[in-house]
Design a protein around this ligand. Structure first.
Ligand code: SF4
Length: 281
């Protein structure tokens, strides 16, 4: 373990002592940290927090909830508490164990900026991301104003380091204020996840945005995405020079409808991303 690791563990220990809601589970369990993620726009997932609460229509068919609740009550399973919010301090060091650089989707099974996550714990997640800086981290939230406020507090007049990408999910017009919050956050790399896309977004001002991902909903009860909604987003990206990634049409399974849009696949990553080829491998 390197010196910075022991620093983090010291803070974790203090944090755990101060907050009884912290929970422990073993490191080598499924769902903790997944290399070779099935998500097309990342390499791996890292979940120092799991569990969440719903905030908008995009959460209606939350995959993380469906997956987690399958294991509620199973003794010693990492999701024994289902989708209840759970801090996982024992996972904070995991990015240090991956020596090869990866794109890491942070908290694919939760939302780091929900109100129940203590600032001290978010600090620890950022400490790890700053120190294990050979990776790219993709931090995605629907709590956009809370992320903006946190980043302002942490970085002051500075900026989030380039290898920590900050993104918001937007599913319909009602959620477009998240874009404004992201633009006001002191991030060096900003991205949008327009998935599951549930309605037309209308005009998009993409100033300050480096990357846009769009996709339809998948799973039981998936809501249909109108191709025109996606074309409008793609055209805005092309017009404003923003990298565009079309993930999927959606349906019962993620690959049901494929991912070709007007006879081509859109798999762009932000310019300057040294890891774009890693994710595309
Ligand atoms: S914010 Fe994300 S993780 Fe939380 S309930 Fe909504 S879709 Fe699920």
């Amino acid at each position: 373990m390197c010196a910075c690791s022991s620093d983090i563990y010291r803070v974790v220990r203090d944090c755990v002592a101060a907050d009884p809601q912290f929970s422990y589970c073993s490191l080598n369990v499924p769902g903790v940290m997944a290399d070779n993620s099935a998500i097309e726009w990342t390499d791996a997932t890292w979940n120092p927090v799991t569990g969440c609460t719903k905030v908008s229509r995009g959460c209606d068919h939350c995959y993380a909830e469906r997956f987690s609740e399958r294991f509620r009550g199973v003794p010693n399973h990492p999701f024994e508490s289902g989708f209840d919010l759970t801090m996982r301090p024992e996972r904070l060091m995991q990015p240090f164990t991956w020596r090869r650089p990866r794109m890491i989707f942070v908290n694919s099974m939760s939302d780091l900026f929900q109100k129940g996550v203590p600032h001290a714990f978010i600090d620890l997640v950022f400490d790890t991301m700053e120190k294990a800086d050979w990776h790219v981290y993709q931090v995605l939230t629907k709590r956009s104003s809370l992320m903006r406020d946190y980043l302002r507090l942490r970085y002051g007049k500075g900026r989030v380091p380039q290898h920590i990408w900050c993104g918001v999910s937007i599913e319909d017009r009602q959620a477009k204020s998240r874009l404004v919050h992201l633009q006001a956050a002191p991030a060096a790399m900003r991205f949008l996840s327009l998935e599951p896309l549930l309605g037309p977004l209308g005009t998009l001002d993409l100033r300050g945005i480096d990357w846009v991902i769009a996709g339809g909903e998948s799973g039981p009860g998936a809501r249909r995405m109108d191709p025109e909604w996606v074309r409008q987003i793609r055209d805005e990206c092309v017009r404003q020079g923003v990298a565009f990634f079309f993930k999927q049409w959606g349906g019962l399974r993620p690959k049901t409808g494929g991912r070709a849009l007007d006879d081509r696949e859109w798999s762009e990553f932000p310019t300057g991303s040294t890891l774009q080829l890693v994710a595309a491998e």
